[in-house]
Design a protein around this ligand. Structure first.
Ligand SMILES: [Zn+2]
Length: 114
């Protein structure tokens, strides 16, 4: 996965972005202050965040980058985080549906049981 780490020149916050195409780098914004003055600090981050990390790091109040939305693993992240914070168990079937959506986003159109 081409995940890169950036540091904001404005507030110094570091953040990671999945950059699939060079052009996507132009559109990334600091999650802390929304500045676009980011510099790449590590050429490539070798670790893959776990789904738990994703939920932990996900900030529903910050504007998400396009790469966030194009990453199907982020589907349902907002709901999962909210549920976790409220101590609600969404249940196995919900997780299964998310998993299905993430692995095959087109399946929701075919599966009328969702
Ligand atoms: Zn910043």
């Amino acid at each position: 996965m081409p995940i890169y780490e950036y540091q904001c020149r404005n507030c110094q916050q570091s953040s990671q972005f999945l950059i699939l195409k060079k052009e996507e780098e132009d559109g990334i914004l600091c999650p802390g202050c929304s500045s676009n003055q980011l510099k790449r600090i590590i050429s490539r981050v070798a670790y893959h965040p776990s789904q738990d990390d994703r939920i932990m790091n996900f900030n529903p109040d910050s504007r998400q980058t396009e790469s966030f939305y194009s990453d199907s693993r982020n589907i349902g992240l907002s709901a999962q985080k909210q549920a976790r914070e409220m101590g609600v168990d969404l249940g196995k079937s919900f997780e299964d549906k998310l998993e299905k959506l993430r692995s095959d986003p087109g399946s929701i159109l075919k599966d009328s049981s969702i």
